[in-house]
Design a protein around this ligand. Structure first.
Ligand SMILES: [Zn+2]
Length: 365
């Protein structure tokens, strides 16, 4: 049995431009309506760096231009309807200032994993407190226990793991197998424990499994795929959006990394170009419904044989949820709904965090 967890990064454009109404509230409401039709569950990964700034802007100016009230109302409403809200942190927003209609971020705090321990600890603490204070009146059992870093940046991981555990976070969901970045954020997830199954993380390295580890990693499902798998209409739309909302500071990577070649040695780059193989994340905004169905079926054939329910973690972004995307996503939701003996929809807290979760057998690449 595989249970799909749809995680939605809830934020404006990476360069600090855009309206939360158009990029967060309106598309997320359409997504919630679609999911409710199929009994699917959405997990909103709310960037609290931005939310704090929108709140401060409202208080300082007496005008809610960034729709802070509508955002908090939407998060409460999602929990009331049985969906989930968890913690996403774009650390560069904590010191951001508003200037001529957009948010000028603090690029020295862009890479979450390279912040000093006390700084990341403070951000996680504030984020968790904020979400629990907001959402416990709606659901007294609500707890913020899941985290995703901006730009998937959780390496080096020793401080990140400690900051998460010290604040009662039980699950990280930033890692995707085969992922590599060099630049403003730096990580190499190529040796991660698994492409699908969760693992207890080694306290020194989030990619490694250790039975005595206290934090769990629920990786975003990823396969190595030929470059042709990346040619979907939704991905072309995303590339177009990235182009018009690119960073002012050209040294900051745009938010479209998986279509780029990672920086490696000349020989590695040459081999990569020849094989044209890249990490393909289960991204429900950018992959077609047919691709997602095929990936889910492959994951099921490879891993779902010993009766243990395993998560199939997908990623999406509210700002990318277009009408075209809705049209392509429906068959995937319908496929899960029709095949409930093998698949289901889930939230993170539907999974008991015990040993059975990380015994999925040999990995198939
Ligand atoms: Zn984000």
């Amino acid at each position: 049995m595989l249970k799909a967890i749809f995680t939605l990064d809830y934020e404006i454009h990476g360069n600090g431009t855009g309206s939360p109404l158009a990029l967060m509230i309106e598309p997320t409401e359409r997504l919630l309506q679609l999911f409710d039709q199929y009994g699917a569950k959405l997990t909103i990964m709310a960037d609290i760096g931005e939310l704090f700034k929108f709140k401060q802007y409202f208080e300082d100016n007496g005008r809610d231009d960034y729709h802070y009230e509508a955002i908090t109302k939407q998060l409460c409403d999602a929990v009331r309807r049985g969906h989930d809200v968890q913690l996403h942190i774009h650390s560069s927003y904590f010191n951001a200032r508003h200037d001529k209609g957009y948010w000028v971020q603090d690029w020295s705090e862009y890479d979450f994993a390279r912040l000093k321990f006390d700084r990341m600890d403070e951000m996680v603490k504030q984020g968790k407190q904020f979400l629990e204070t907001l959402l416990q009146p709606v659901d007294p059992k609500y707890k913020c226990t899941v985290f995703r870093a901006a730009n998937w940046s959780v390496c080096p991981s020793q401080n990140v793991i400690k900051a998460l555990l010290d604040n009662g976070i039980e699950i990280d969901t930033s890692v995707f197998k085969y992922g590599r970045r060099e630049g403003r954020v730096n990580f190499d997830y190529s040796q991660s424990f698994h492409q699908l199954a969760p693992w207890r993380v080694d306290e020194h390295d989030i990619c490694q499994q250790n039975d005595s580890g206290k934090l769990w990693e629920f990786p975003i499902y990823t396969e190595k795929r030929w470059v042709g798998a990346f040619l979907t209409l939704q991905r072309i739309y995303r590339a177009y959006l990235s182009r018009i909302h690119k960073f002012e500071d050209s040294s900051v990577e745009s938010n479209s990394p998986e279509t780029k070649l990672p920086r490696k040695s000349f020989l590695e780059r040459l081999l990569n170009r020849m094989t044209l193989v890249f990490p393909w994340k289960a991204d429900f905004n950018q992959c077609s419904g047919k691709q997602l169905i095929n990936a889910l079926e492959r994951a099921h054939a490879n891993y779902a044989h010993d009766g243990v329910a395993l998560p199939f973690v997908l990623i999406g972004h509210s700002k990318l949820y277009s009408h075209l995307n809705e049209w392509s996503l429906r068959p995937f939701l319908a496929h899960i709904e029709k095949n409930r003996e093998r698949f289901d929809f889930a939230k993170f807290n539907d999974f008991p965090l015990d040993k059975a979760l990380n015994s999925p057998g040999r990995e198939h690449n």
